[in-house]
Write a new protein. Sequence first.
Lengths: 124, 559
Amino acid sequence: MSELKLLLVDDEVEFLEPTAARLARRGIQCRAVASGDEALRALGEEAFHCAVVDVKMPGMDGLELLRRITRDYASVPVILLTGHASVELGVKGMELGAFEYLLKPVEFDLLLDTIRRAAALRST
Amino acid sequence: MPSNPYRTMRRQIMAVLLAFGLVPLLAMGAAGYVANRAAIETRTRNLLEAMVKNRKATIDLFLEDRMRDLELVAASFSAEALTDEARLDGLLAQLRREHGGIIDLGLIDSDGVHRAYVGPYNLRDRNYSDQEWFEHVMVQGRYESDVFLGFRRFPHMVMAVRKRDLGRDWVLRATIDTDMLSALVREGGIESGAEVFILNRAGEYQTAMAPHHVLMTKSDLGPLPVHSGVRVVTRRSAKNTEFIATTWLRGGAWVLVARQEAPGLGQLLNAHPAVLGVFVAGLVLVPVLARVVAVARLRQIRALERERANLFETAAQSQKMAAIGRLAASVAHEINNPLAIIDAQVGVLADSLDDLAGVGDASEWRLRLAKIAAQVDRARKVTHRLLGFSRRVGPDIEPVDVAAALEETISFVEREALASSIRIVREVERDVPLIRTSLAQVQQVFLNLINNAIDAVGAGGEVRIKVAAARDGVEVTIADNGPGIRPQDLDRIFEPFFSTKAGGGLHSGLGLAICKDVMQSLGGRISVTSTVGKGTCFTLWFPMEAEVGGVGTQAVARG
């Protein structure tokens, strides 16, 4: 299996760095960015198999980013990840085309598994 | 209790209803009475007037007849013939035969000496010259006395006529029995129901009808004014109203009186029993109906007020839950992010330990990292539980197999329960229907209640869960054999932040409040029974179809 390329978007740098490190360790090449704008720039520069997006972010929030990705980069599945549990938010995310909706702190194995399933969906 | 508002209200309602019912009734009654009384009074006066007129004619005729008889005898026979007592006796017998009422007959000479007498008394040779009536008849030619009681104590009167014969004046005198007169007078009263009698000029009874009419005594009317024709006067006193009809007889010597009381209320009502019945029925029914209506209205008002109080309470509870929900959600959010970071950092460290395999005592590091990870996991459970979050997103109403949902929920906790040797017993009835409800929320309730039960029974306890079809829905009971809940706490366990559990971060005091809120929002019910020392049993009832938009807020479940 070729190396998985993941876009990780979260305004918490403290979260980005260790998470990216752990994923890299498992053969997932991570590009970690701290805002929606940066994420869009990264998407313009290279192709990703999957994106993990925090919902609550200053500036462009995760839902807006999701909307842009499904519109402009429809082949990239998006996993929403948030500390703010809300059924409405989850439903909205799924309606907008999110692949999955996960709650922080997420069990790492679950996150890994979800990323792999999403990437597999993309490659088929 | 003067401050009881319901009693005051009932009194007011009744007062208004009574006024509305009784005022028209009494007004109509009064109007009817006045109209009727006026009519009856007019009729009574007319009847009295007609009767008196009629009696007067009869009485005048009676007296006139007697006088004419006497005058006829005086004119027809010579003084000589009349002095013959045998002849006189024959005449008396003949008069008695023809008219009756004549008691005796006598002839008196101009000196006032009774020259001849036939009759029951020994009046012959009696001298009348000094008597007033004798002078009267000698001057006027005829005389009628008032009524008086003679020796024998029966009423009678005297009539006398003057006669010229043999060159001198004679007087023919007769005593008239007035029983007949009285009978004629009474007859009018018997017809009309009035008291009818004759008074003389001095106001003394000349005939009697009622027991209090004592002959020759003065009546309570006193001397009456002389007038012509018939006069009817109305005499009103505090006691009664009476009509008095009068007409004068014998040129003003006697007055014929008919008196009758105006009819009272009683008589009027007796005359119209149907009216009386309606009136009495109204008087009885109006207060009864007023009371019935007042009591019914009051019951309605009370029910409405109770309902309002309940709604108020529910609304207050919902607001509280919503506020708590918002607070809990933001707290959980704030905690989840640092937790995620700690989790990630621990993960990195654990990963890098693998690289250091064989260097130093890695197992000590691994153990401590595992402990940190375990605490993060525990904190995660708290925040997730607090949020009531379920990975099954969407509060969609869908067909739910309650038993299957329950089984799935139990699977989350059973391992933990078995570790504490707690038995979970299922009793699932067959043919439990599918219900339409929110699976996520139903499971949230099950999880809260089962966790509570597990916490309550402690090691070695038993949790018994039953699922059964119930009227219009499905009933689930979750019973434990734990220590039970004290009766004074039982009422409060559904209140937010109320907890009987000692300490422990897992117990927010919101679990049962959330359960109640969710059950309400799904149109279901939750109730509890408990016996201290025996255990607690929660009963859930789910309707066949959840009512979306129930009273509950779902605030916590939505965050």
